[in-house]
Design a protein around this ligand. Sequence first.
Ligand SMILES: Nc1ncnc2c1ncn2[C@@H]1O[C@H](COP(=O)(O)OP(=O)(O)OP(=O)(O)O)[C@@H](O)[C@H]1O
Ligand SMILES: [Mg+2]
Length: 239
Amino acid sequence: MLRAEAIEAGYGGLPVLKGLTFGIERNEAVALIGANGAGKSTLVRALCGLLPLTAGRILQDGREIQRLPAHQRTRHGIAVVLESRHLFGELSVRHNLELAAAHGERHGAARRKFRMDDVIGLFPFLGGRLDASVQLLSGGEQQMVAIARALLLHPELLILDEPSTGLSPKVVREIVGALATLRSAGMSILLVEQNVALAVEAADRAYVMSLGLIVQELDAAAWKGVLDDEALLQAYLGS
Ligand SMILES: Nc1ncnc2c1ncn2[C@@H]1O[C@H](COP(=O)(O)OP(=O)(O)OP(=O)(O)O)[C@@H](O)[C@H]1O
Ligand SMILES: [Mg+2]
């Protein structure tokens, strides 16, 4: 459903993505792993329209989208949870979610719709904290609000940039559980994650990124065994 072809992008004169090609099919959960500074977040920004390409194409169902601004990519079914989450801290959980739902109302007619009840079903704590100010929530709770907000845009492809970073094991389990539920409901997921054990659980296969390029593609069988592949983990993750 989404394909990046030889994409290049960077900051000012600094090239970061150096002709990178990869794809994700409908109903697939794909992990993207790689060391700090590999360019994972830069790729996420390029895919969702926050960073322009300097070369290459991004195709969604065969249609070029690399010139569309971020909000139009959202309308076409690509939603992202950024590393920094970008929530409105002073507003309540409800208000943050309602703002997304209002946006979601305007698109996605043919797609699966997510309602407030659906996201509360996925993350039950939300139901009890709707009137809390987001800045008073824990990091894990904020991450769940950020995922819920992305879902209220009715995505077909959900991109998550390191959703587990800095969170307790309990919250990470909850997020992995929610991703599993979404996968079984047919959501396509691109999961950027340095926690390989978690990523193996949450994704069908994976790409390994290093220095702005995809350096390995792991099919389902190779991906399942990746935790035993010390050479690969050492080479690309330094773990
Ligand atoms: N806003 C920016 N301006 C200039 N350079 C940047 C900017 N953001 C990232 N970079 C540079 O781009 C390169 C890739 O960074 P990026 O954040 O994409 O890596 P990453 O794989 O997401 O790393 P991490 O695992 O630490 O999140 C790094 O060399 C970084 O210093
Ligand atoms: Mg990053």
